[in-house]
Design a protein. Structure first.
Lengths: 110, 115
């Protein structure tokens, strides 16, 4: 069973701080890695994806990938209360389906 | 901005009844998916669909499930005889390519409640 693991949280950070969200995956053949944000009762909303080792930045968000360690992370700089949500790590195995982790709940306090 | 739409937003049904969940993918997209999320659990893949046929399905997608693209815009998921454990949010997603880096865009979901 190909798994994606995330700490369920909640991860609590004060407004303006950096939030660090982590994800590990079991399938070494995984090729691309996605971070989605999900508000309660809503659908997953894409934040960004990464497929090469290293860092990828998009605004306040930075995704980091280390294929040797099978580890993906998402950093959120200058966290805002509106960033409070569940963050889903998803791994594309093969070319089609996404395999999701259980998500990490982030709470940003004013 | 184009988006995936789903109807209905909430469906309540009796156990044993058939339900059809409807999705309109983004217009130029060619790959379509159904996922489900049981309350408090992770999002799970059900099925992928390309070129009018199923390209991959999970062990959840058994004989009681079927998918169809009845016309050029709709993509449907049918559950023939619903069970209590089918209660979940069902998300449709679409993408314009089958490459590993192609992003899947999700619809708002249909909440299915089986009584």
């Amino acid at each position: 069973q190909k798994e994606v693991e995330q700490n369920s949280g909640p991860l609590s950070v004060p407004e303006g701080a950096i939030a660090s969200l982590n994800c590990t995956y079991s399938d070494r053949g995984s090729q691309s890695f996605f971070w989605y944000r999900q508000y309660s009762g809503k659908s997953p909303e894409l934040i960004m994806f990464i497929y090469s080792n290293g860092d990828k930045e998009d605004g306040r968000f930075t995704a980091q990938l280390n294929k040797a360690s099978q580890y993906v992370s998402l950093l959120i700089r200058d966290s805002q209360p509106s960033d409070s949500a569940t963050y889903l790590c998803a791994v594309k195995t093969g070319f089609q389906k996404l395999v999701f982790g259980t998500g990490t709940r982030l709470l940003v306090s004013p | 901005e184009p988006e995936v739409t789903q109807t209905p937003s909430h469906q309540v049904t009796q156990m044993g009844q058939e339900v059809i969940l409807r999705c309109v993918p983004i217009s130029n997209h060619l790959y379509f998916y159904w996922y489900r999320q049981i309350l408090g659990q992770k999002v799970e893949f059900l099925v992928s669909f390309y070129n009018n046929e199923i390209s991959e399905k999970s062990e959840i997608f058994d004989d009681q499930f079927s998918v169809e693209r009845p016309d050029g815009s709709n993509f449907t998921l049918k559950i023939r005889s619903t069970k209590l454990e089918d209660s979940a949010m069902y998300f449709c997603a679409s993408t314009n390519g089958g490459r590993a880096t192609d992003t899947q865009y999700f619809g708002p979901g249909t909440r299915l409640t089986v009584l």
